[in-house]
Design a protein around this ligand. Structure first.
Ligand SMILES: [Zn+2]
Length: 128
């Protein structure tokens, strides 16, 4: 009756634990990165001693902010994917490719537990 090989209860539980850990870790990481990105700069608190150093400090801080924001974006994306995978676990569609409806290989799920499509579709479709 099923076209796809379903994951066993034990396997689903294993992935659930892995995804829950991932979500917990990323939630903490995202909160930390957000506070770093939104931290007020030193020029708001202390008066500048000279225009030159002031400009240099500002440039360094802007670069740091950019790095923090880039990290934040990718971590948030993984967090969203991992949360979606947990929902699919509850819905019973976890491990099934969203595009071709075939089972995603265990190897791929081990590498990317929040994968939404099988390796073949990922290669062909360049899914976002
Ligand atoms: Zn597929």
């Amino acid at each position: 009756m099923t076209r796809t090989k379903k994951l066993g209860a034990r396997e689903r539980q294993t992935f659930q634990h892995r995804l829950q850990e991932l979500v917990a870790r990323l939630s903490g990481g995202v909160a930390q990165l957000e506070s770093e990105a939104l931290r007020p700069g030193p020029e708001l608190a202390a008066p500048a001693s000279g225009t030159e150093t002031h400009e240099a400090d500002r440039a360094v801080r802007e670069t740091e902010e950019q790095v923090a924001r880039t990290l934040l974006a990718s971590e948030e994306q993984i967090l969203t994917e991992a949360t979606g995978a947990l929902e699919r676990l509850r819905a019973g569609t976890f491990g099934t490719c969203e595009r071709c409806d075939l089972a995603i290989s265990r190897t791929r799920l081990d590498a990317v537990p929040y994968a939404r499509v099988c390796a073949r579709c990922a290669r062909e479709g360049e899914v976002e």
